[in-house]
Design a protein around this ligand. Structure first.
Ligand code: C2E
Ligand code: CA
Ligand code: CA
Ligand code: CA
Length: 277
């Protein structure tokens, strides 16, 4: 075996299973796919619970693969985290969003955009790279939110702290994604420069049938508010959940009830239909 071989990648052999071949292809083809324009960004709106005003959009990556069709990020994000491609993914999504923000600003629209970050992206030079991208596209940091899952953020809080603080100093907001599924130390939650908690969709979806989930959602909202954080519910699919969340004073929501993630032209049409009343 060659010394230069990436440890995380086995050499493909025809005897390997179909699942393995697919994963192998996804990992090795990612870089080329970005260059070929096969990696795009979908936008899912986030609205306030009080009066359903647009409070921002979350950018969600999509891969239109020539052989496999539409590939879900659940299938390739984990796989490319082990390779340098995770930075290519982040840079591509960030630049796509900031280019879009700049176009919106030109039309007088200030729409905050949230981008997902992997813990693998959080190297010491990360805050400077994000600052450079904001400068290139002339977008103020206040319009950018970076989402990190709870387990990613708490994996090594002492290491995340200086990086998150440097981002925060640029006005960038930090959201804790999938909140409730990891193991947050409340002491760290208070110390880290966090602005938002996003309640994991498993609790939102269990809320209507499981009293335990309802209790967890209420506790997260109260915890967030007592720490002065915004609390967002993700995966809201039912009208009844919306009502309950509103009564519990949750700040924002995202979910199929309101809108699915959409490509930019469909999102623009959705936006136009809403503003022309
Ligand atoms: P996430 O950050 O928790 O994103 C929310 C996921 O829930 C999205 O799945 C979205 O399509 C889905 N969703 C939204 N509303 C509903 C709903 O009402 N019901 C249901 N059943 N699902 C809903 P998606 O787009 O497949 O993304 C999956 C995960 O992949 C994301 O979870 C995120 O962890 C990761 N991901 C997506 N884009 C990126 C990216 O650009 N970079 C990184 N590092 N990860 C990404
Ligand atoms: Ca997210
Ligand atoms: Ca989430
Ligand atoms: Ca998730």
């Amino acid at each position: 075996a060659g010394r230069n071989r990436n440890e995380s990648l086995e050499i493909y052999r025809p005897t390997m299973g179909e699942t393995y071949r697919r994963r192998f292809n996804l990992v090795t083809q990612f870089r080329q796919a970005v260059e070929s324009g096969h990696i795009s960004v979908y936008y899912q709106p986030q609205v306030t619970l009080r009066n359903q005003e647009l409070r921002g959009v979350e950018a969600l990556v999509r891969w239109q693969h020539p052989e496999f069709g539409m590939v879900n990020p659940a299938e390739f994000v984990k796989a490319i985290e082990a390779t340098g491609s995770i930075d290519i993914l982040f840079d591509h999504v960030l630049n796509t969003c900031l280019k879009q923000s700049n176009l919106w600003l030109g039309r007088g629209l200030r729409i905050p955009v949230a981008v997902n970050v992997s813990v693998r992206n959080l190297t010491a030079d990360f805050p400077d790279r994000v600052a450079a991208a904001l400068a290139t596209h002339q977008v103020p940091g206040e319009l950018l939110t970076l989402e990190l899952t709870e387990s990613n953020m708490m994996a090594d809080p002492e290491q995340s702290l200086p990086i998150l603080s440097a981002l925060h100093a640029q006005g960038i907001k930090i959201a804790v994604d999938d909140f409730g599924t990891g193991y947050s130390s409340l002491a760290y939650l208070r110390r880290l420069p966090v602005d938002e908690l996003k309640i994991d969709r498993s609790f939102i979806q269990g809320m209507s049938t499981a009293l335990g989930d309802l209790a967890i959602v209420r506790s997260i909202i109260d915890l967030g508010h007592s720490l002065n954080l915004q609390v967002i519910a993700e995966g809201v699919e039912e009208e009844s959940s919306r009502e309950v969340l509103r009564s519990m004073r949750c700040d924002g929501m995202q979910g199929f009830l309101f809108s699915r993630p959409q490509p930019i032209d469909r999102f623009e049409a959705w936006l136009a239909a809403r503003t022309v009343r």
